[in-house]
Write a protein that binds this ligand. Sequence first.
Ligand code: NAP
Length: 259
Amino acid sequence: MGNKAYETPNMSLAGSVVVITGASRGIGRGVAEILAKTGATVAVTARRMEDAENVAGEIQDAGARAVGYALDVRDVQSIDPTFRRIETDLGRVDVLVNNAGIGNNHDAVNVTESDWDEIMDVNLKGLFFCCQAAGRLMLARGYGRIVNISSQAGIVGIERHAVYSASKGGVNLLTKVLALEWGGRGVTVNAIAPTFIYTPGTADRLDQPEFRQSVLSRIPVGHFGTEQDVAAAIMYLASPAASLVTGTVIPIDGGWTAQ
Ligand SMILES: NC(=O)c1ccc[n+]([C@@H]2O[C@H](COP(=O)([O-])OP(=O)(O)OC[C@H]3O[C@@H](n4cnc5c(N)ncnc54)[C@H](OP(=O)(O)O)[C@@H]3O)[C@@H](O)[C@H]2O)c1
C-alpha cells in the first residue's frame, strides 16, 4: 500500500430517484426491478397507467421502492408536467433512463412516411423532450445522470434498419451535444448501445431460427445480451462515481461493433 489513501468509488444508487421510460416490459421493466433492488426509488413510467402500477406494485411487493406514472413519450406536452410531478412526489430526479423505444424492420425502398414518423416520434423526439424535462430539473439542482438506451444499430449499419438506425444514430449525437451543454453544471449524459437482447420487442424475430443464427454469427462472444447486462452499464453511468464520463456511447454488444 502506498501513502495515498484512496476512497472507494461510490457506485451506489441507494437513495437515488430514478425515472425509467417504457418500463412496462422488456429492458425497461428489468432495469426498473434491478435498480430498485439496489436501493433506488424508481419512477416506473409506462404508456398505460395500469402497466406502470403493476410493475411498481411488483417492485413494492418485493420490498423495494417504486411509484407508477403514465407517460406516453409521443405526447410531448405531457412530458414536462410529468417530470415536475415526479419531482414533487419523490423529492428530486437524480437519474433518467430513456428506454422507451420501438423498432420495425423494413427494406428501405418500402419505408412509408408513417413508418418514419412512428419510430422517430418515440425513439428520437420523445427521448429528446424527456432529456429536456429531466435536464431542467437536474440543472436547477446541479446534479443529474441521464442514460439513453441507444443500440448497436446507431453505431454500425444493419440491413433493414434504416429508420431505426437513423433514430439511434440521432440519439448518439444528441447525447454528445447535451453532454457538452450540461457537463459543466453537474449533469452527465451518456448512451449505451446494446446488441440484441431477447425481449417482447425482439422475441418474434429471434425465435426465427435463420434470423437467430445470423444474429449470433455476428456476436463474437456467441450469445445475446440480457436485461442484466444493460442494467450493469446503467448502474455505473448513473452512479456518482461516473462523474468524469459524459458524451459517450458505450457498446454492450459482445463485440458486434468491434468488427
Ligand atoms: N431488445 C433489443 O435487442 C434491443 C437492442 C438494442 C436497443 N434496444 C432498445 O432498448 C429499448 C427497450 O427495448 P425492448 O427490447 O425492451 O423493447 P420492448 O420489449 O418492445 O419494450 C419497449 C418498451 O417501450 C415502451 N414504449 C413504446 N412506445 C412508447 C411510448 N410512445 N411511450 C412510452 N413508452 C413506450 C413499451 O411500452 P408499451 O408496453 O406501452 O408498448 C415498452 O415498455 C428500446 O429503446 C430499444 O430500441 C433494444
